[in-house]
Write a protein that binds this ligand. Structure first.
Ligand code: NDP
Length: 274
């Protein structure tokens, strides 16, 4: 049976746009107290004001998830305000997609690892003790289909998202006996501001891209809220990526051949902008 989310305290990282912002609206409409976290505080405040205007409860807190002190401050602020956290949606992240040798060591490699992987780990590390004490909670980690299938030009992004998947599975097996659910969500491409940060990446121009539709941000946000109501190990969406993941696992030579033929071997026509 679906659990009612009314009155639950939900902390969302990366709530200033995309999946995080849309999930915030949906959680608020379910009667949750929504804590909105990201770096762009003015956006969060505007979102909180919008939710409050609709009769919901929302609160904005600035955080850079690459900074451990800021993470602790964020979690302390939420605990001071509400005393506990019921649901953590670890969603903040970005992708810088290019041939590996063209990635900038600081901006594209270090920062991506710090935000997408270390951020998820450290936010969870700060929230978990409270959940263990109350013997309840749900941690939802945003990974990606790139956490299952590693495509050319996705080296670091895939490393972070595979990392989130491993972290999620291990944590679930640690926490389940103590009343805490841990889930991973693995979406394919979706229309958000994500594309504004990737750089002019080669995959965008590949014929392979034509075969994969982009979801709306709402579709993903709806699945996140559904997951909060009915906790599961993993959500992979759209469904056909389950077939692609199966193929990558059982016939990696086929996926190598497809990606190499349609992308890598044509890399001269798919130069990135760096
Ligand atoms: P958006 O760019 O729209 O949202 C990204 C969010 O992450 C923003 O709110 C941004 O806020 C926040 N963020 C980025 N860096 C930091 C940081 N250092 N500290 C705190 N917050 C940060 O993209 P999406 O909504 O698409 O992305 C959300 C998640 O979904 C990401 O983890 C992404 O990897 C994943 N994903 C996206 C897919 C897609 O195709 N769109 C597919 C699969 C997974 P701010 O800049 O204000 O800090």
């Amino acid at each position: 049976m679906a659990e009612s989310l009314k009155g639950k305290v939900v902390l969302i990282t990366g709530a200033s746009s995309g999946f995080g912002m849309d999930a915030a609206w949906l959680f608020a409409r379910e009667g949750c107290k929504v804590v909105l976290a990201a770096r762009r505080i003015e956006r969060l405040q505007a979102l909180a004001a919008g939710i409050q205007k609709e009769g919901g409860e929302a609160f904005a807190v600035p955080v850079d998830v690459a900074d451990r002190q800021e993470i602790q401050l964020m979690v302390d602020t939420v605990l001071d305000l509400y005393g506990h956290i019921d649901i953590l949606f670890n969603n903040a992240g970005f992708g810088r997609l290019a041939w590996h040798e063209n990635l900038d060591a600081e901006r594209d490699i270090e920062t991506q690892l710090n935000v997408n992987l270390h951020g998820v780990i450290h936010v969870t590390h700060a929230v978990l003790p409270g959940m263990l004490k109350q013997r309840s909670g749900h941690i939802i980690n945003m990974s990606s289909v790139a956490g299952w299938i590693a495509a050319p030009t996705y080296t670091i992004y895939a490393a972070t998202k595979f990392g989130v998947r491993g972290f999620t599975d291990a944590l679930r097996r640690e926490c389940e006996p103590f009343g805490i659910d841990v889930s991973g969500i693995y979406p394919g491409p979706a229309k958000t501001e994500f594309g504004q940060h990737t750089g002019d990446h080669p995959m965008r121009k590949s014929v392979l891209r034509r075969y994969f539709r982009s979801m709306s941000s709402d579709e993903v946000a709806e699945r996140v809220v559904e997951l909060a109501k009915r906790p599961r190990r993993a959500v992979i969406m759209p469904w056909y990526y389950r077939v692609a993941i199966w193929a990558d696992w059982h016939m990696p030579w086929l996926v190598d051949w497809i990606t190499e033929s349609f992308l890598t071997k044509r890399r001269n026509s798919y130069k990135d902008s760096r």
